[in-house]
Write a protein that binds this ligand. Structure first.
Ligand code: GLC
Ligand code: GLC
Length: 652
């Protein structure tokens, strides 16, 4: 970076832009009082955030010959979006600015779903709001619901227009109405910001295909293999069974297009500041529909640099921070959630109040499955022991399953530290979860098996992977009981370990794998569809049957979420592992202010003994009570934990 005085230049730039901002405000209202009010709000936000925004943008694009032009256009784009922001959302902004850590609350419980599979469309989704409330949700993520390409659209992740809802699902108005209704009952709506790529039939891509150079510059397109081949030397393949390599030949343009995922998902070229601006406009448009969070899709891949693996690059972080700062100016109520399914060291680098306030916790997800398979918690503890803490003002989103596959992205060093050979272990886990390991309780399906590297990931619903499918198939009472307990225990950890528990809807009923995708030409090549079943509303009838396993899962999840909301110790994410010598159990302490909660969990189907005397040395009372079952335990003794037993112990 050239040696310039950034603070000084930032000040000069905003002075030059400021008259235009005032013009925009003046044009937006006839009331002089309102105008003054808006100017004051904007000036206060710029005072706070401009320096940072300028620094980020300068780092990204300062070398561009037309830097000031883009800087000005980006700010004007943001201010226009802010002025267009509905009053109710400006009110929400005020509330969030006064309570920036709202998502750290123990009251937070998340869910995610595909609109078409869950309810058919947005109007019928609105009718399900009482259901979400009943379940205890306060956060609802809808999978991509925008206009997407015909045929295979990667479940909506190939977007052709960020400003119109897929007509099969409804309209923009329906989305706004849903956001409003949800907000009224205390549920924050979250949608994806799919900003790494567009569909090949997005207008920008179509213009590129027509030969418009300006739009070809939105994507990475190369006339021959020279540059792609040089990049390829360091790139991973994300969907190797779809296509080898990361580039797709386009006959019409006579060029190779960068396509990290499917061939119809074209990676955007963020080194072009016009792409940054254009996507900022889409992002703020989405913010103004009333969503309170954006899930930043595929964050790891957004910046490319020759000679690197083009994942998790420094500039990717600058870029997200720049978007975050724009939101502080134009939609401060909004939070970002990171989807970085990468090595744990890299996952955390996206998480901060200045970047993504929330993040999937893929490491915990994978290690919970690992511990269930092995019935041992050593790797889980090893990882939790030094990877759980996050910076203040941020939170994990803890999940077991989502719409994607499971990858064993734990750290090799963590594995070696507890005597596990990481690659051999990944191989074991793949076999365990895809029915190639004798005695396994799981029914899963391989995903993206790479013949060359042997890499593989796993698909399957929570319940099928946790043993319910097999148990019900064999009509085996003992296996069913074990599956039920396993499920309850692991959600008990999810809901208490620190962060927001997040379910993929259908889990609350233990929905099983749906193998019908195998017969659908648009889906058969993508086994993730096995864990995206259509919601079976008949399951609700199970609530009337006292002995139904489905009823039990639903009630137990509901109970865990309700109990969580009443436990201030679960606010935030401070967690410390407690040493208990038993290799099959997990024990930790959660606290917030003066509130404490001790969680004990048995990851095996055998009774385990744990020594509770450590709790005494921690200053805990003689008697503690499980808030879920009222069971009382003494901290002077050792304690027996039954098969998959879970205790949330509070002082009496
Ligand atoms: C994200 C989504 C995944 C999709 C990919 C490409 O990782 O979660 O479903 O295939 O991005 O958009
Ligand atoms: C890879 C990517 C992740 C994506 C997933 C889809 O794991 O890192 O972003 O969701 O593939 O399968």
């Amino acid at each position: 970076m050239a040696n310039i005085d950034l603070a000084y230049e930032a000040g000069r730039s905003i002075k030059r832009i400021h008259p235009k901002l005032k013009e925009r405000i003046a044009a937006s209202t006839t009331s002089p009082r309102r105008r003054q009010e808006l100017e004051e709000i904007l000036d206060a936000r710029l005072d706070e955030h401009w320096g940072q925004f300028f620094r980020l943008l300068y780092q990204l694009y300062g070398g561009h010959y037309d830097f000031f032009f883009y800087l000005e256009n980006i700010v004007l784009t943001a201010v226009d979006a802010w002025l267009a922001r509905p009053e109710a959302l400006k009110e929400l902004d005020r509330r969030r600015e006064n309570d920036p850590g709202w998502y750290l609350s123990e009251r937070m419980v998340g869910g995610s779903l595909y609109v078409d599979l869950f309810s058919g469309d947005l109007v019928r989704l609105r009718e399900r709001i009482p259901y979400f409330k009943d379940l205890g949700l306060t956060y609802l993520h809808l999978m991509p619901l925008f206009a997407s390409r015909a045929g295979n659209s990667d479940g909506g992740y190939a977007i052709s227009d960020y400003r119109s809802v897929d007509p099969k699902l409804g309209t923009m108005e329906d989305l706004r109405a849903l956001a409003t209704d949800l907000r009224e009952v205390g549920i924050s709506l979250v949608i994806d910001f799919v900003f790494n790529h567009t569909s090949d039939d997005h207008e920008w891509a179509l213009r590129a295909q027509e030969g418009a150079r300006e739009f070809q510059d939105y994507y990475h397109i190369y006339p021959d293999r020279t540059v792609p081949d040089r990049y390829e030397q360091n790139l991973r393949e994300i969907f190797p069974t779809v296509r080898r390599g990361n580039f797709t030949w386009h006959e019409g343009m006579q060029g190779w297009v960068w396509t990290t995922f499917n061939s119809f998902q074209w990676d955007l070229k963020y080194s072009n500041p016009e792409v940054f601006r254009a996507m900022a406009a889409e992002m703020l448009f989405l913010a103004n529909t009333g969503v309170e969070g954006l899930r930043l899709d595929a964050v790891a891949f957004i910046w490319k640099q020759m000679g690197t693996n083009c994942e998790n690059l420094y500039e990717a972080h600058l870029l997200i921070q720049a978007y975050n700062t724009l939101c502080r100016i134009a939609a401060p109520g909004l939070v970002f959630k990171s989807e970085a399914i990468v090595h744990p060291d890299e996952v955390v680098r996206y998480i901060s109040p200045e970047e993504c306030q929330l993040s999937y916790n893929p490491t915990l997800m994978a290690l919970l499955w690992e511990a269930l398979a092995t019935r041992e918690t050593k790797l889980l503890k090893q990882s939790l022991g030094h990877r759980h803490d996050l910076s203040a003002g941020t939170a994990w989103m803890n999940y077991l399953r989502c719409h994607d596959d499971i990858g064993w992205s734990f750290d090799n060093g963590d594995a070696w530290a507890v005597g596990i050979n990481p690659d051999g272990h990944r191989d074991f886990l793949n076999r365990f979860y895809t029915g190639r390991f004798e005695g396994s309780f799981a029914c899963g399906v391989p995903f993206q098996h790479n013949e060359d590297t042997g890499d593989m990931r796993v698909s399957g619903t929570m319940a099928s992977l946790a043993g319910l499918e097999q148990a019900l198939l064999h009509k085996d009472k003992v296996l069913t009981e074990m599956a039920m307990r396993r499920i309850r225990m692991v959600y008990g950890v999810l809901a208490s370990v620190g962060g927001i528990p997040l379910i993929f809807l259908g889990e609350e009923w233990g929905m099983l794998n749906d193998y019908s995708y195998e017969a659908d030409p648009e889906k058969m090549d993508d086994s993730r569809w096995v864990h995206r079943p259509k919601m079976d509303w008949k399951l609700l009838d199970e609530l009337k049957k006292p002995k139904s396993p489905r009823r039990r899962i639903f009630r137990e999840l509901q109970e865990l979420f309700m109990a969580r909301k009443e436990l201030p110790a679960l606010c935030g994410s401070q967690m410390r592992l407690l040493t208990c010598d038993n290799p099959h159990t997990l024990a930790y302490l959660r606290w917030h202010d003066a509130n404490l909660l001790v969680v004990l969990a048995n990851f095996s189907e055998r009774t385990q003994t744990v020594d509770l005397r450590q709790l005494r040395t921690e200053g805990m009372a003689h008697f503690m009570k499980d808030v879920l079952s009222e069971r009382e335990v003494s901290t002077r003794d050792s304690l027996e934990l039954g098969a998959y037993e879970l205790l949330w112990l509070a002082e009496d």
